[in-house]
Design a protein around this ligand. Structure first.
Ligand code: ADP
Ligand code: MG
Ligand code: MG
Length: 254
C-alpha cells in the first residue's frame, strides 16, 4: 500500500517576463488501487501539476510538499522519481530519434528495477503487452515517438506503463486526439493495469469521455490552479452535462 501526498503545492512556470504563478495550493492524496480524475478547463494548470510531479526544470515549486510513502519526491531527480515508482505519460511526449521502442523499454525497465530483466521473460512480456494493445510487431523497431500518430504515441505510453509496473501513474490528457478505437485500447490498457497491479492512477483530462471507459473512484475539478470541488464519479456526469462554466463564473467574481 503506497501513498502519494501533495500538500499545499504552489508552482510557478518560467516565462520570458519572469516566474508566473500557476498552481495555487493543491492538496491531493493518492493511494494504491485508487483512480483519481482531475478535470478542468484549458489553462487551469492540469499539465503544470503533471510536469511538477515529473520534475520538469521549468516548473518552480514555491511552496508545499509532495511525498511518496513519506519520501520527499521534490528532492528526487527525474530518474529517482521513476525508480521510486512514479510513471508519467505526458500530453506531448518527446521524440527519441535513433532509439528503438524495444531498446527504450528495456533500458527503462533496467533503470527502474536496477537489473536487466531476464531476456526470455522480457521478450514474452513485451510481446503479450503489444498484442494486448493491438500493436504491430514492427512497432518495436521504430524510433521512439518519431512520426508516431496520436494513437501510436498513446499506445506506446500505455505499453511502457504495462511493462514498468509503476506504483503511481499520472496520465495527462491521454484521451486527447484519440479516435474511439484508440481510446478504447488505451482505456483497456489502463483497466488491465488497474486489475493486475496495485497501481494508483491520476487521470488528467479536459473531456469526460475517457471516464466512460475508466471509472474513477474520485473526481477533482481543477480551476485556476487549485481543486475547486471534489466528488465521486457522478461529478464527472455533471461536468459532462453542465461543463465548467459554473466554476469559471465563480472564479471570475471571486
Ligand atoms: P492545462 O493543462 O490545464 O490546460 P497548463 O498547465 O498547460 O494548463 O497551463 C496553465 C497556465 O500556465 C496557462 O495559462 C498557460 O498559458 C500557462 N503556462 C504553462 N506553461 C507555460 C510556459 N512554459 N510559459 C508560459 N506560460 C505557461
Ligand atoms: Mg490543455
Ligand atoms: Mg494540459
Amino acid at each position: 500500500m503506497s501513498t502519494l501526498e501533495i500538500r499545499d503545492l504552489h508552482v510557478s512556470v518560467e516565462t520570458k517576463e519572469g516566474p508566473k504563478p500557476i498552481l495555487r495550493g493543491v492538496d491531493l492524496t493518492l493511494e494504491s488501487g485508487k483512480t483519481h480524475a482531475i478535470m478542468g478547463p484549458n489553462g487551469s494548470g492540469k499539465s503544470t501539476l503533471a510536469y511538477s510531479l515529473a520534475g520538469h526544470p521549468k516548473y518552480q515549486i514555491t511552496q508545499g510538499t509532495v511525498t511518496l510513502d513519506g519520501e520527499d519526491l521534490l528532492e528526487m531527480s527525474v530518474d529517482e522519481r521513476a525508480r521510486a515508482g512514479l510513471f508519467l505519460a505526458m500530453q506531448y511526449p518527446v521524440e527519441v530519434p535513433g532509439v528503438s521502442v524495444s531498446n527504450f523499454l528495456r533500458t527503462a525497465k533496467t533503470a527502474i528495477d536496477g537489473d536487466a530483466p531476464a531476456l526470455r521473460h522480457w521478450v514474452k512480456d513485451v510481446k503479450v503487452a503489444m498484442e494486448n494493445l493491438r500493436m504491430d510487431k514492427a512497432f518495436a523497431e521504430r524510433s521512439v515517438n518519431e512520426g508516431f500518430s496520436g494513437g501510436e504515441k498513446k499506445r506506446h505510453e500505455i505499453l511502457q506503463m504495462e511493462l514498468l509496473k509503476p506504483k503511481f501513474a499520472v496520465l495527462d490528457e491521454t484521451d486527447s486526439g484519440l479516435d474511439v478505437d484508440a481510446l478504447r485500447v488505451v482505456s483497456e490498457g489502463v483497466n488491465r493495469v488497474k486489475e493486475n497491479t496495485d497501481a494508483g492512477f491520476l487521470l488528467i483530462t479536459h473531456y469526460t469521455r475517457i471516464l466512460r471507459y475508466i471509472t474513477p473512484d474520485f473526481v477533482h475539478v481543477f480551476v485556476d490552479g487549485r481543486i475547486a470541488e471534489e466528488g465521486g464519479p457522478e461529478l464527472a456526469d455533471r461536468l459532462e452535462a453542465e461543463g465548467y462554466d459554473r466554476y469559471l463564473t465563480g472564479a471570475a467574481s471571486a
